[in-house]
Design a protein around this ligand. Structure first.
Ligand code: ADP
Ligand code: TRP
Length: 332
């Protein structure tokens, strides 16, 4: 059984891409491994959210993950700021992270460009905090996408440097993990590539939408002018909708429309209506459960409490050992 750590940024509402690209991996991993999944609320302070936004976002993300089946009994689902050991270890780890290497990080360079007026020290040391998130639980595996590979490389650098500095082999090297299967990339509805909250409301299928609006959005999804004859290749927009259908519909339904497309007899209206039916069928129960958790603060609190306890047990043990390695000795 491996130890797994993954951080979830509390930004906005989850969409179908987040579900199939991230949350579904969590559901699989919690069955097999010792998992620590956390809501990265300390990280999110780099963007200066208001206290109300910060809290609402954490509340939303926690409710969504519980609703989607992340089980607080099977994993540690916790809020980063509930584990003070993380902040303490972050202080220590900052001492052996060098300014030069932090400045060279791609994510920092991106932020310098995108938020010119808020280039704070937290952005610079983001990779240190992320390394601590991972190392504090001695993770072997970190399920992250390509954009996070450099952070993981830096995590290994900090771990090795700590070991070298204190002549120990205390921290092992964590590895990136793709979830065990093929990486799923869920396309959006507007043929602009992957579904992403940054590509706008018309592109994404989120879990809190009213059925009517959701159906309308799918009926309006980008396709093309219609079939021109048998054996024609699919346009990008049409292929995207087929890809989404593969995720939410029965294989026989997908096969039926594949044949019609091949024959050039497919009617996009019928195809989209079927897709809308199946998306609604998929989204509705999750939407209902999100509503339940958002209202039921005691269920939410119970889950966060269990997660906090598990994460603190693990993090405090690491912190105690690190303090001894560093040479903090008590005089009393
Ligand atoms: P967004 O692109 O909407 O801003 P995030 O970057 O917050 O989403 O992604 C959170 C998690 O969801 C990451 O693990 C990311 O790889 C995954 N994810 C996001 N969009 C997709 C998608 N369209 N297909 C597959 N996985 C995705
Ligand atoms: N940096 C990650 C992201 O932007 C979130 C994150 C923070 C994380 N700490 C982590 C992911 C630790 C994995 C492990 O998506």
């Amino acid at each position: 059984m491996a130890r797994v750590v993954s951080g979830i940024r509390p930004t906005g509402k989850l969409h179908l891409g987040n579900y199939f690209g991230a949350v579904k991996n969590f559901l699989n991993m919690q069955e097999e491994h010792e998992c620590f999944f956390f809501i990265a609320d300390i990280h999110s302070l780099t963007t200066h959210p208001t206290p109300a936004d910060l809290h609402n976002n954490v509340h939303q993300v926690l409710a969504e993950h519980l609703a989607m089946g992340v089980d607080p009994e099977k994993c540690a689902l916790f809020v980063q700021s509930d584990v003070p050991a993380i902040s303490e270890l972050y202080t220590y780890m900052n001492m052996n992270a060098y300014i030069g290497e932090l400045e060279r990080s791609t994510s920092f360079k991106d932020k310098i460009r995108s938020q010119k007026n808020n280039i704070n020290a937290g952005l610079l040391t983001y990779p240190v905090l992320m390394a601590v998130d991972i190392l504090v639980h001695h993770a072997d595996m970190v399920p992250v996408g390509k954009d996070q590979q450099q952070h993981l490389e830096m995590t290994r650098t900090f771990a090795n440097r700590f070991n070298h500095m204190y002549a120990t082999d205390y921290f092992a090297e964590p590895q990136a993990f793709s979830g065990g299967g093929d990486l799923v990339k869920v396309p959006g509805l507007t043929a602009q590539g992957k579904m992403s909250k940054s590509s706008g409301d018309a592109d994404t299928i989120t879990f809190d939408e009213e059925e009517k609006g959701l159906r309308k959005k799918i009926m309006r999804a980008v396709t093309d002018n219609g079939p021109t004859g048998p054996g024609q290749p699919k346009s990008e927009g049409l292929q995207n909708l087929f890809d989404i259908m593969t995720l939410v519909s029965d294989t026989s339904t997908v096969a039926h429309f594949e044949v019609e497309q091949q024959n050039g007899t497919i009617r996009y209206g019928d195809f989209k209506k079927q897709l809308a039916d199946d998306v609604v069928k998929f989204v509705s129960p999750i939407k209902e459960r999100i509503g339940y958790y958002k209202q039921n603060t005691s269920a939410l609190a119970k889950a966060a409490k269990i997660g906090q306890e598990k994460a603190n047990d693990s993090a405090q043990k690491t912190l105690k050992e690190v303090r001894e390695i560093i040479g903090f000795k008590k005089f009393y």
